[in-house]
Design a protein around this ligand. Structure first.
Ligand SMILES: NC(=O)c1ccc[n+]([C@@H]2O[C@H](COP(=O)([O-])OP(=O)(O)OC[C@H]3O[C@@H](n4cnc5c(N)ncnc54)[C@H](OP(=O)(O)O)[C@@H]3O)[C@@H](O)[C@H]2O)c1
Length: 381
């Protein structure tokens, strides 16, 4: 199956290289930006790629929505298979792309977009056919896990941990999507679509920007380890979908996920909890997932989202958790306090009663709007 590669950056280079040695796959052209086609196998003309009848598939590694969405729609409408690593594209435009694929019969696969080399979406797609899936959760962002691990094991402060993540090539020059939890939210939206056939909108994301080395020391004194968790589950009102920091006992599996690794788990009605751990990003792990998708196309796979994919507002009323919160003393009344655990200057550390996820996120938003500083993490219980 001859495959064109869109984008020749970190992932695109890996895919092009791996296509050379893949068993039943053949290298097609690589699309680069206008004026940058400096090799005979590169092109800057997408329409020429599309018009090439010898090409059966396109692997997209440009990123973003524009022009990736236009290229994706044209590819699928032309009946060519489309595989992508682009989580922003699938989280935002997944329904339209799936509809175009359904109409032409082409394959639309995106396992590289969630978990990199970790085959989470493939397993969800398989498991949801044989068993109902109740919940998907995990550490889906390697950059923030690396930073939290540095802060936890080496006492590094937030700024230094971010700088190290950038030096290691894990964090981008603009790390905001990673540290704000948005990157992990996009991934878990894809997991929700694959597991439940619902692409949730209005997902909540809290990241790791608010935590200090002092917060981490406080958690450690209580035997707790901080991780950034993305989660989606079936609820009374539909499907929840959010990213937030969570505190685990130091003997929990999540606490043992070090460096930039991912740990993705799902719970089936009958199969119970299943976990997958490994490299969630990087050139070769991610390229290997795109190659895996192309091989799956050859064995007849056409979709990851189940038939009848819907879009719906996420439900955050039904999921309740207790939170350990550092907040200005004058903001204490905004949350139900079960216990004051400490006082540092004008700030308190409180443990809340069980409250809906959206109430916690909303309280944090209001406190920050008024210039207050707040850090919160759910307790894994
Ligand atoms: N890196 C990872 O570990 C990883 C893991 C999982 C998923 N992903 C996803 O994979 C995708 C690619 O990520 P990446 O890390 O490989 O990014 P990257 O290194 O920035 O590569 C993107 C490439 O696409 C090129 N490009 C941008 N616009 C283009 C256009 N209009 N036409 C042709 N080429 C264009 C860029 O060219 P210029 O250099 O000229 O701008 C660049 O070479 C993203 O959606 C990302 O979320 C990445």
């Amino acid at each position: 199956m001859k495959t064109a590669v869109l984008g020749y950056g970190t992932v695109g280079k890996g895919v092009y290289e791996m296509l050379r040695s893949a068993k039943d796959l053949e290298q097609g052209p690589v699309l680069v930006r206008k004026g940058k086609a400096d090799e005979p196998w590169k092109t800057d003309d997408f329409d020429a790629v599309l018009a090439d009848d010898s090409l059966n598939a396109v692997a997209e590694a440009i990123g973003g929505i524009d022009p990736a969405f236009d290229y994706a729609m044209k590819t699928l409408k032309a009946g060519k298979h489309f595989v992508t690593a682009n989580k922003a594209l699938v989280a935002e435009k997944g329904s339209e792309l799936q509809a175009a694929a359904d109409e032409s019969g082409a394959a639309f696969l995106f396992s590289a977009a969630c978990g990199g080399g970790v085959p989470l979406l493939h397993n969800l797609a398989l498991s949801q056919r044989g068993d109902g899936i109740l919940k998907v959760s995990g550490i889906l962002n390697g950059t923030t896990n690396y930073m939290l691990d540095r802060m936890q094991r080496f006492g590094t402060d937030y700024e230094a941990a971010l700088k190290m993540a950038q030096e290691m090539g894990y964090a981008e020059a603009d790390p905001s999507a990673d540290v704000s939890g948005l990157d992990a939210l996009r991934k878990v939206i894809l997991a929700a679509g694959t597991a439940f056939g619902i692409l949730p909108s209005g997902g909540l994301h809290e990241g790791i920007e608010s935590f200090t080395a002092e917060d981490i020391r406080f958690y450690q004194s209580k035997g707790l380890v901080l991780r950034l968790i993305a989660q989606t589950e079936r609820t009374a009102g539909g499907v929840s979908c959010f990213t937030e920091p969570v505190l685990f006992p130091d003997n929990a599996p999540e606490a043992a996920v070090l460096e930039n690794n991912n740990l993705a788990s799902y719970e089936g009605r009958c199969c119970g909890k299943i976990s997958l751990m490994g490299q969630g990003a990087g050139r070769y792990p991610t390229a290997s997932a795109l190659i895996r998708d192309l091989e799956s196309v050859l064995s007849g796979e056409r979709r990851m989202f189940p038939e009848g994919l819907k879009q719906a507002e996420a439900d955050h009323d039904s999921v309740k958790r207790r939170y350990l919160v550092r907040l200005p003393e004058e903001a204490k009344e905004q949350l139900p306090c079960d216990e004051v655990q400490g006082k540092e200057g004008a700030y308190l550390r409180i443990l809340t009663g069980a409250i809906p996820v959206n109430r916690m996120h909303e309280a944090a938003r209001k406190i920050r709007e008024k210039g207050g500083r707040i850090a919160f993490a759910a307790l894994e219980e």
